[in-house]
Design a protein around this ligand. Structure first.
Ligand code: FCB
Length: 393
């Protein structure tokens, strides 16, 4: 049950969900200007976990977890508050954050874009604007120049297709559009953006650059699945995986995989069994993770699980969840998948987007009044796994 000796053990968070006070983002405005009768967001992000100030404390928790890596993101809106005007104070802030992680023996895996945008960029049409890749590459280059020496692995964009889906297909996130053409333009723009940003970062130095891709495993329902369901499942998986990754294959040094759940296709509908689900009703299926990992083998490059976790306010399933997901990882490794690390989502409870603060993903609970951090029981389980470099009972 041992993992390779150089395996990276970590946790993941994002800037907007934990820092607090990111008032220069479109999300902040959306949260403030909630209209009557509008359900989401359930609450504003506000101070979040105040990790903008409490990052030392957070990284101390990573150390207590015996981690040797950490995944965080940096906020574009802070670094480039006005188009082309970069804020040295904020760049220096992130230098302190990254140095703090380094001092605690953590390799840094840094996402440049995790869902939120500077207001100015959003007002220019955001990810629909044909110039979006150009704006983003300019920012990525500044990050590489200023922060590059403190970053072990760059990730350009977090879950580009989830963003397109939430913002332009189902319209739950700002700018709340239901427009499949815009959703497609957004995805194509992300492909263009990744390529351009990759080049921009590499022009500074030969840094390691990847992308973070949410991949859902799709399978046909039943022991003897119907032909049409099998076909639909294959197509959905293709759209969700190779459709996006193949065009950028040459501009990837590593792949970041976010795995949360599996969908079964039955009569053209996506369903899942009622049994093992998280508080968000996401089906816990480690087999799906194994399937995705084995599928990614063909890309012939290092893979990191950049997010995997569950909302579990009572910490009932978290230990079993981690254990069974790690067994799936081991089995994929045994079958030749170059899996190099695992980041549990999340270190601390945080702002779960339109849902607000009720879903509890953290190994560490946060008192919403005092912001005091309190490790849950599963925290100690994960700490032991990371220490021993193996799945333990
Ligand atoms: C992922 C997001 C992350 C977090 C988890 C639960 O899709 O990347 O920010 O919200 O889901």
């Amino acid at each position: 049950m041992k993992f390779p000796s150089d395996f990276i053990w970590g946790t993941a968070t994002s800037a907007y969900q934990t820092e607090g006070g990111n008032s220069n983002c479109e999300w902040w405005q959306w949260e403030l200007n909630k209209k009557r009768g509008q359900k989401y967001p359930l609450e504003p992000s506000g101070i979040a976990c105040d990790s903008y100030n409490k990052y030392d404390e957070d990284f101390d928790l990573c150390k207590q977890l015996n981690n040797n890596g950490v995944r965080i993101s940096i906020e574009w809106a802070r670094i480039e508050p006005q188009p082309g005007k970069f804020d040295q104070k904020e760049l220096d802030h992130y230098k302190r954050v990254l140095s703090s992680a380094k001092q605690r023996g953590l390799k840094t895996f840094v996402t440049l874009h995790h869902f939120t945008n500077p207001l100015w960029f959003f007002k220019k049409g955001g990810w629909i604007n044909p110039k979006a890749p150009w704006y983003f590459a300019r920012y990525a280059k500044v990050c590489a120049k200023e922060l590059g020496p403190l970053i072990d692995t760059f990730f350009t964009i977090n879950e580009p297709q989830v963003y397109a889906l939430m913002c332009y297909t189902i319209g739950k996130w700002p700018p709340n559009k239901i427009d499949p053409i815009k959703s497609l333009i957004c995805q194509i723009n992300f492909i263009r953006t990744h390529k351009k940003a990759y080049k921009a970062i590499k022009s500074v130095d030969n840094y390691t650059v990847g992308i973070v891709k949410n991949i859902v495993w799709y399978e046909a329902y039943g022991e003897k699945p119907r032909f049409l369901d099998t076909l639909v499942a294959k197509f959905m998986f293709y759209l969700n995986c190779d459709f996006f990754l193949k065009p950028i294959k040459k501009q990837l040094d590593v792949i970041g995989l976010n795995y949360y759940f599996t969908n079964q296709i039955k009569g053209l509908k996506a369903i899942h069994p009622a049994g093992m689900v998280s508080n968000l009703n996401w089906w816990i299926n480690p087999e799906g993770l194994k399937e995705v990992l084995i599928h990614l083998k063909k890309y012939k490059m290092p893979i990191y699980i950049t997010e995997n976790g569950l909302a579990d306010s009572e910490d009932r399933l978290r230990k079993v969840f981690i254990k069974s997901m790690l067994v799936a990882c081991l089995s994929a490794i045994q079958q030749g998948t170059p899996l190099k690390g695992y980041f549990y989502w999340s270190l601390i409870d945080n702002f779960e987007w339109h849902e607000g603060y009720w879903p509890k993903f953290g190994l560490v609970a946060i008192d919403r009044k005092t912001l005091e951090r309190k490790p849950r029981k599963s925290f100690y389980y994960y700490a032991e796994v990371c220490n021993n470099n193996e799945v333990i009972k």
